[in-house]
Design a protein around this ligand. Structure first.
Ligand code: OGA
Ligand code: NI
Length: 371
């Protein structure tokens, strides 16, 4: 149907097109967004087009006003005075931004570079070979697809993703693609060590014993998501990743130097500046839940870009891969008569299932668990 976009004519709703059929056709290519770009698309197909931004009340022009927190972990193991200062910085950033970058985190630059190259190698390998990994079977140790929530989310994102579950049960190396297998295992091994440190700092920052988060299993499970954001011919019409909060305990993100990741801070979309050698750390919803809102899981998104591809590797500390019956609710030590629990207890399985079914629809997962 032709749409005449004048002031007098009522514009027919976008929902009129057969969205489901177009999603199915896209999914069946098994080539993702990169496949469209390789085929030479010059217009963003309508499954990717964001609804008009008129209802978006956030402000977009304000990067100068805020400086995104950056924390230097140098000396954290040896110097108790430095450590105390770092704990304070981590606490402040986590309670206000929910996000910070770390430098001198112990993972060498060459490992970071090789990890980004590994993501590129996976997505830029021969399409026919890559297609063999394409699946929506969430029980697979390694999964490649475009938009995990393709059939559930209101809009499709300009992004392809692989996910690899690496802990607590180490994957069978044969189940990982050879083009990125070694670096994925090496990098995630180092992220697990950094995770131990970060969970200690976060526990201390909110007045718990340093091992508290580790003792309740927060640092045990890890899933690595490799994202590939192809160059986009009309970046103003779509997003690389829709607004969302992460559904895990904690995320450690490696991004390249292109930029596009933004965090919602005081109702402003603030850029996370690409910083050589740095890693981005953010709290997930489950950490907010168990800290009874002390640690903030903050909404973020990724803009599409004329320049690309942009790649990132997001490591999610979460433990939905082993069927544990452990209940997670606001930690007893943090609640009192004046600070009663804000959430009901839940299992990680229940939390993740709810998130996955909902997809990145712009709504809060936590709200569903709020008392
Ligand atoms: C995510 C995410 C941001 C990025 O994986 O949840 O927010 O820069 N990724 O890819
Ligand atoms: Ni995220």
């Amino acid at each position: 149907m032709e749409v005449f976009n004048t002031n007098e004519v009522q514009v027919p709703s976008e929902a009129k097109y057969d969205r489901k059929a177009e999603l199915e056709a896209f999914d069946e290519t098994k080539a993702g967004v990169k496949g469209l770009v390789d085929a030479g698309v010059t217009k963003v197909p309508r499954i990717f087009v964001q609804p008009s931004k008129s209802e978006d009340s956030t402000i977009h022009d304000s990067n100068k006003k805020f400086s995104f927190p950056i924390i230097d972990l140098e000396g954290i193991k040896e110097d108790p005075i430095k450590r105390k200062k770092i704990v304070q910085e981590v606490g402040h950033a986590s309670e206000t931004w929910g996000f910070f970058q770390v430098i001198n985190h112990g993972i060498p630059n060459h490992v970071l570079d090789e990890m980004k190259d590994g993501v590129i190698r996976f997505f830029e390998q021969d399409t026919e070979v890559k297609k063999q990994w394409y699946t929506r079977d969430f029980t697979k140790e390694f999964m490649f697809n475009s938009n995990f929530d393709l059939f559930g989310a209101p809009v499709t994102n300009w992004r392809d993703t692989f996910s690899a579950t690496v802990a607590p049960i180490p994957p069978n190396p044969q189940e990982l693609p050879s083009v990125c297998r070694d670096i994925l295992l090496e990098y995630t091994n180092q992220v697990m060590k950094l995770g131990d440190t970060l969970f200690e700092l976060l526990s201390e920052a909110i007045g718990l014993e340093p091992n508290h988060f580790k003792d309740i299993g927060c640092a045990e499970g890890l899933m690595a998501l490799g994202h590939y954001y192809p160059a986009c011919p009309q970046p103003e019409l779509t997003l690389g990743t829709s607004k969302h909060a992460d559904n895990d305990f904690l995320t450690v993100l490696l991004q390249d130097n292109i930029g596009g990741l933004q965090v919602l801070h005081q109702n402003h979309w603030v850029d996370v500046p690409p910083t050589s050698g740095a890693l981005v750390v953010n709290m997930g919803d489950i950490l907010q839940l168990i800290s009874n809102d002390k640690l903030k899981s903050v909404d973020h998104r990724v803009l599409a870009n004329k320049v690309g591809p942009r790649v990132s590797l997001a490591c999610f500390f979460m433990s939905n891969f082993v069927p544990t019956q452990r209940m997670y609710g606001p930690i007893k030590e943090l609640i009192s008569e004046h600070n009663p629990p804000k959430y009901r207890e839940t299992t990680i399985k229940e939390f993740t299932t709810y998130f996955n079914n909902k997809g990145l629809d712009g709504t809060s997962t936590l709200l569903h668990f709020r008392l």
